[in-house]
Design a protein. Structure first.
Length: 138
């Protein structure tokens, strides 16, 4: 595999981590949302990654990047809170809060941000190696 392929692989990773960061931002923005029904409340979303495989390089499946194949809602119960004074409360006085866990989202944000930075560093290193190779001919 040549150095040029490194840019393709790191580029797909940057795209995937960007989607992951956007998903985290959406989750955090909706963390305090409420609804009068458990089905109407915002549920945490998570991207699902998959390796991009290519068998044309060496005959066997070789990973040549990553892609987001889906964004799924996190299953689980939403928080049911008794708040009869809330205008969004149901007939029993309950409101339903999102199942977003802020600590999980902060952890995901830090992880995605570091992965993004690492892939930028991979691209910069590949660029420096290519430039050094070009300077050999001087």
């Amino acid at each position: 595999m040549g150095l040029g392929k490194v840019f393709d692989i790191a580029g797909t990773a940057l795209s995937a981590q960007s989607i992951r960061l956007n998903t985290v931002a959406s989750n955090m923005a909706n963390a305090n949302s409420i609804s009068s029904t458990p089905n109407g409340v915002y549920r945490s979303r998570q991207p699902v990654f998959s390796a991009i495989m290519d068998n044309s390089l060496s005959g066997d499946n070789t990973s040549v990047g990553v892609r987001v194949v889906d964004i799924v809602e996190k299953q689980g119960d939403v928080n049911k809170v008794f708040d009869p004074g809330n205008p969004r409360a149901d007939a029993s006085g309950f409101v339903y809060q999102s199942n977003v866990n802020i600590i999980e989202e902060m952890t995901n944000m830090i992880s995605a941000s570091r992965s993004y930075q690492n892939n930028i560093e991979v691209m910069n290193t590949a660029k420096q190696l290519m430039l050094a190779t070009l300077r050999l001919g001087e």
